[in-house]
Structures are given as C-alpha cells and as structure tokens.
Write a protein that binds this ligand. Structure first.
Ligand code: HEC
Length: 115
C-alpha cells in the first residue's frame, strides 16, 4: 500500500512539473512574438520617416540658418501641421534651398509632437 502511494505521489510531482514546463514555454513564445512585432513596427516607422543622414543634415542646416533672428525653436513646440506652416513661412527668410527645406522638415519631424 505504501509503495502504491509513493508511486502515485511521484507521478503527481512529475505531472505537476511537466505541466509547469509547458506553460513556461508558451509564455516565452508569447514574449518572443511581441518583441518581433514591436521590432517590425519600429523598423517600419524608421523607414517611413527619416534616415540618420537626413536628420543630421537637417540639424546642421537648422542650427546654421534658423537661429539668426531668434533662438532656435524646439522641434517639440508643435506638431507637423504647425511645423509645415512655420517652415513655409521661415524658409524664404532663411534663404533655404528646396533640399535644405526638406532636410529641416525631416529633422524637425523626428521630435515634433504627434499630430
Ligand atoms: C530673417 C529672420 C528669420 C530667420 C532666418 C528665421 N526666422 Fe523664424 N521667425 C522670424 C520672426 C520675425 C518670427 C516671429 C514672427 C512670425 O512668427 O512670423 C519668427 C518666428 C518663428 C517661429 C514661431 C512661429 C509661430 O507662429 O509660433 C518658428 C517656429 C520659426 N520662426 C522657425 C524658424 C525656422 C525653422 C527657421 C529656419 C528655416 C527660421 N525660423 C528662420 C524670423 C526669422
């Protein structure tokens, strides 16, 4: 009788452990999936918006040409609807070329408020 009891306890423990292992694996897979989705989202955002080169070029133009009449304005002061209007108004004042205007727009868009 004692032997049977021991045996059933052992199998209970084995069952409990194997059950635990299964649920751990499932959880890890869920986490992996979430990370993969987030990484894809980040890559998508980056390719859809601004490259590092554009950002740096825009920053250089911005600090060279946009701080002569007033202090440099923080990109976070407005969203892109506002920035597009401001840049349209300021680009002639700062004598920006079309390329420079696009670079400044790209630079500002990285830290602008969401629309
Ligand atoms: C020749 C002088 C001059 C230059 C160069 C200049 N600005 Fe301005 N900026 C002004 C003046 C004057 C104002 C305030 C009057 C106005 O809003 O039009 C102003 C205002 C602004 C504002 C505030 C707008 C608002 O409505 O709150 C922003 C943002 C701005 N400038 C961005 C820029 C950027 C970006 C550049 C570079 C592309 C730039 N400025 C270059 C003269 C200049």
């Amino acid at each position: 009788m004692k032997k049977v009891l021991t045996l059933s306890m052992v199998s209970l423990i084995v069952f409990a452990c194997s059950h635990k292992t299964t649920s751990t694996v499932t959880k890890t897979e869920e986490v992996k999936t979430t990370v993969a989705t987030e990484t894809a989202a980040i890559e998508k955002t980056e390719s859809a918006t601004v490259t590092n080169e554009q950002f740096l070029a825009g920053k250089a133009v911005y600090s060279a040409k946009c701080g002569n009449c007033h202090k440099l304005k923080e990109p976070s002061r407005g969203n892109m609807t506002q920035w597009t209007k401001w840049i349209d108004r300021m680009a002639p004042k700062a004598k920006l070329t079309e390329d420079e205007k696009a670079q400044v727009t790209a630079y500002v868009s990285v830290n602008a408020k969401p629309n």
